[in-house]
Design a binder for this molecule. Structure first.
Ligand code: SF4
Length: 388
């Protein structure tokens, strides 16, 4: 099964830490929607590699997809169902910003078939929200989460950010307590990353804002895992926690190396061994489509070595390396040769666990994720070179 990603490139205001592609000119929403529909049409006419595939996830990300009217989301879903084989029980996610939806809009999204709603809450404290440049208040967040349950959503996710300047463990745990008290089925808890080119990067460079030391970040991360696991959430990816059965099926496709197609400016696609991405520029995107072209900015073909690296990296970040799938995809055993001893050593030290076909990181292992990935990749490379 494959996935479809739709990038909606609009935000009412840019948050200081964000480097996702979006623009603040909301007057372009209608024009963009028409182009997006056309992109889906052109793509489906000019390519056919996906014809035999069934798509069981659709993910509206951004930007702020909830800035679109339900009628516009309806048109997009309709176009997708005309052009692709969409599974009848597809997971359909809509990223939503508190402050951009009311109960009526949420109900309309639900009636269209959206069955997973993901709120960019980031913090339940207004001083944090103000610092981050969010457009909403904590009250907005509580209200829209409760509204989403009221209108019948069962699969409700929230994003939170830790590692804010001056944030104490106690304050962060308060955020998690609020999340748990709301009984949301899925929580993404990211640490604040200072991305180049963002206003936050400038503030940090000028010494006006200080980001907590790595040691504190690690402490906040460990507390998050402990707290959410004790509250009944499964830690199924580095930054993601869900009640059993509520893992984000779409994001799992990225981490389990499955195929997906992306539409909209800056959207990425991946199919077997090819990755391509659209213009991260709304004007270029619209112009290409006006000329009847697929708005692809560039692509890369992945060789086997690169694919193995990504398979290991993405697998370990989430549910684990699926060794049966590894063999099916690459034609040789993952646990073979030199890597066997390395895996045993990590297992003995409590960094990884082996469960059926999956080799996965333990909570302690997640803290050293990058290092473990590099060591496994170096051993796999050794095996590959030795065999060739
Ligand atoms: S609302 Fe989301 S996508 Fe838009 S600027 Fe803020 S973090 Fe980025």
């Amino acid at each position: 099964m494959s996935g479809i990603y739709i990038h909606i490139p609009f935000c009412e205001r840019k948050c200081i830490y964000c480097d996702f592609y979006s623009v603040e000119n909301l007057n372009l929403i209608d024009r963009f929607t028409e182009s997006l529909l056309k992109e889906i049409e052109i793509f489906s006419i000019e390519t056919d590699f996906f014809n035999d595939s069934i798509f069981d996830t659709i993910y509206f990300g951004g930007g702020t997809p909830s800035l679109l009217e339900p009628a516009q989301i309806a048109k997009i879903l309709n176009e997708l169902s005309q052009r692709f084989k969409i599974s009848s029980n597809a997971e359909i996610t809509l990223e939503t910003n508190p402050g951009t939806v009311d109960k009526r809009k949420l109900l309309e999204f639900k009636n269209l078939g959206v069955n997973r709603i993901s709120f960019g809450v980031q913090s339940f404290f207004d001083d944090d929200l103000k610092f981050l440049g969010r457009i909403h208040t904590s009250e907005d967040a509580f209200k829209c989460i409760n509204d989403s349950f009221d209108v019948g959503f069962e699969n409700v996710s929230i994003d939170l950010i830790f590692g804010l300047p001056g944030q104490t463990v106690e304050k962060w745990l308060e955020n998690l307590k609020f999340a748990v008290s709301l009984n949301v089925s899925h929580i993404s808890a990211y640490n604040l990353i200072v991305e180049r080119g963002t206003p936050l990067h400038e503030l940090v460079s000028l010494g006006k804002v200080e980001i907590p030391e790595d040691e504190i970040q690690a402490q906040l991360y460990e507390k998050t895992i402990d707290f959410l696991e004790n509250a009944g959430y499964v830690h199924y990816e580095v930054s993601n926690y869900a009640f059993d059965g509520f893992e984000c099926r779409h994001n799992l496709k990225y981490w389990q190396y499955e195929n997906y197609i992306g539409f909209g400016p800056s959207a990425h696609s991946f199919w077997i061994n090819k990755r391509w991405w659209n213009y991260a520029n709304l004007n270029k995107y619209i112009n290409a489509i006006d000329l009847g072209k697929i708005p692809v900015a560039n692509f890369e073909i992945l060789d086997e070595e690169k694919m193995i690296e990504e398979f290991i990296y993405l697998g370990l970040r989430s549910k684990g390396i699926n060794v049966a799938r590894f063999k099916e995809k690459f034609g040789f055993e993952f646990v073979d040769g030199d890597i066997k001893d390395e895996i045993k050593e990590f297992e003995r030290a409590g960094y990884i666990s082996i469960n059926g076909d999956f080799i996965k990181l333990t909570p302690k292992g997640f803290l050293l994720c990058d290092e473990i990935v590099l060591r496994l990749i170096s051993k796999i490379k050794f095996v590959m070179k030795w065999e060739s």
